[in-house]
Design a protein around this ligand. Structure first.
Ligand SMILES: Cc1cc2nc3c(=O)[nH]c(=O)nc-3n(C[C@H](O)[C@H](O)[C@H](O)COP(=O)(O)OP(=O)(O)OC[C@H]3O[C@@H](n4cnc5c(N)ncnc54)[C@H](O)[C@@H]3O)c2cc1C
Ligand code: HEM
Length: 415
């Protein structure tokens, strides 16, 4: 345990670091990437350019410092971070690298305030949190290796099938190249795909599994991330997958990870509400399949938002499920429908998914909510659920980026 003195020093210096949080982590990354280039490949360059990861780590440090005497409030965050670390193969030998560079940066930012006592206290505090994360990550690695047909690290997979789902999203069906079966996973979890890059370091990205567990493949459904403007490149891995990976090709894949999943092993008295927008459909689609298979008596409300019929993926597949399952109701909302979408009755209402729509579709607010989509969607849904007083234990979310981007808007479910 940490001593009372360490706790008191960390708590008293935390506000200065919090104030300078972004400066601290920017300094930290520059320093670490210079001193220890071996850790560069773990980090997503796009997150670095957008500043998200700087904020993520700064916030984690500050939250830790502020809560150092009540670590239980960080429980959800520990699981999120440990799953993310395990997906990227962060190992115990990497912790001293981060620790040393972090302490060096704390010295820089605190200046004269960085007395030996202060630096020592932060060192102890870092080691304490690192111990918690490493402990959980060790268990996750063990689970990966001990799951039937599981593995640790990256394993070559073969692309069995490539299906165009919409103008922007393509699915890849993947199976182990050695012919072994795929392991079980929890609906909502993601895998990690590792691809080579021209600079020599591989790039890693997480992709949610969009099919139900128990199939002879993993299916991922990838949106091609186009350049945001003339000054930015196209998304590297998604473009590589769309353009460079064909049926019969190989990809390196890490085991399923993630704490956003639907538990279909237990009895659930409440309705299940699955909300998604755009490519955020992927994890909730897996949940939908699993819920219909394992808990067919449960009411399920599936609401999905898309731009229009051209970008809308899995439209027919989900409607077909609704035709077969009387307990499932489906609502599609388009924000920019085309005439042909109207003529063919592709969607049910127009606009963005908002509070009024959810209220009209989910009159009983005592439901379990799972949602995934772009940032404005996440913020809107989360705020609405809080306003309704839905307990945190019934609010589950996945965001395809560092969670800190949402926390700036006070979206803190599960964390
Ligand atoms: C848990 C989780 C699950 C996910 N599931 C899915 C899924 O099911 N399907 C899916 O499609 N995605 C999913 N994602 C997102 C996915 O991991 C990738 O982030 C996404 O495919 C983009 O990766 P990329 O390499 O193509 O783009 P990146 O190269 O990472 O670029 C991302 C964006 O940043 C911009 N950019 C890149 N470099 C720079 C730069 N130097 N300066 C400024 N801007 C830059 C690009 O133009 C692009 O718009 C998930 C993410 C997470 C965390
Ligand atoms: C006590 C120590 C650490 C803390 C508190 C911490 C905290 C975090 C947090 C909060 C995130 C963001 C999670 C999310 O929202 O998705 C994250 C992601 C990450 N962490 Fe850590 N971390 C620690 C140690 C490490 C170590 C030792 C490494 C090894 C190099 C590492 C590498 C990463 C990477 C690569 C990501 C993903 C970043 C990206 O997407 O680019 N972390 N960490």
């Amino acid at each position: 345990m940490l001593s009372a003195k360490t706790i008191s020093i960390v708590k008293s210096t935390a506000p200065v670091l919090e104030e300078n949080g972004e400066l601290l982590t920017r300094h930290f990354y520059a320093r670490m990437f210079k001193n220890n280039p071996e850790v560069v490949p773990f980090f997503n360059r796009a997150n670095q350019s957008a500043g998200s990861q700087q904020k993520a780590l700064a916030a984690a440090i500050c939250a830790y410092a502020a809560n150092i005497d009540r670590l239980e409030v960080l429980g959800g965050a520990v699981e999120l971070i440990a799953q993310k670390h395990a997906s990227l193969q962060i190992k115990p030998e990497h912790y001293p690298i981060v620790g040393e560079n972090l302490l060096g940066s704390i010295r820089e930012v605190l200046g004269e305030g960085a007395t030996e006592d202060v630096v020592q206290a932060w060192g102890e505090a870092y080691d304490f949190l690192a111990g918690i994360l490493m402990g959980r990550e060790k268990q996750i690695y063990h689970e990966h290796a001990s799951t039937p047909h599981g593995w640790e690290g990256f394993k070559p997979f073969r692309v069995l099938r490539k299906d165009v789902e919409s103008e922007v999203i393509t699915s890849f069906y993947l199976a182990p190249a050695d012919g072994s079966p795929v392991p079980a996973f929890k609906p909502g979890q993601y895998i990690t795909v590792r691809v080579p890059t021209p600079c020599g370091h591989p790039a890693m990205r997480n992709y949610s599994l969009s099919d139900k567990p128990g199939q002879p493949w993993f299916r991922i459904s990838v949106k091609r991330e186009a350049a945001r403007d003339a000054h930015t490149p196209d998304g590297f891995v998604s473009s590589f997958l769309h353009e460079g990976v064909q049926v019969g090709g190989h990809l390196e894949v890490g085991p399923p990870c993630g704490e956003f999943f639907l538990d279909v092993t237990e009895h659930h008295p409440r309705p299940l509400v699955l909300l998604s927008a755009g490519v955020g459909i992927t994890p909730v689609l897996s949940m939908l399949h699993a819920a219909l298979e394992h808990t067919p008596e449960r009411n399920v409300i599936f609401v999905h938002g898309a731009l229009n019929g051209r970008t809308h993926s899995f439209r027919k597949a989900v409607r077909a499920l609704a035709a077969k399952h009387p307990k499932l109701s489906v609502h599609y909302r388009y924000s920019d429908p085309e005439e042909s979408d109207r003529a063919q009755g592709f969607f049910d209402s127009e606009g963005f998914i908002d509070a009024e729509l959810i209220e009209s579709l989910v009159p009983d607010r005592d439901a379990d909510f799972y949602f995934c989509g772009p940032k404005p969607f996440m913020v809107k849904i989360y705020r609405q659920l809080v306003r309704w007083g839905v307990p945190a234990s019934q609010v589950h979310l996945e965001f395809f980026g560092p969670r800190q981007e949402l926390e700036n808007d006070h979206v803190t479910a599960d964390v």
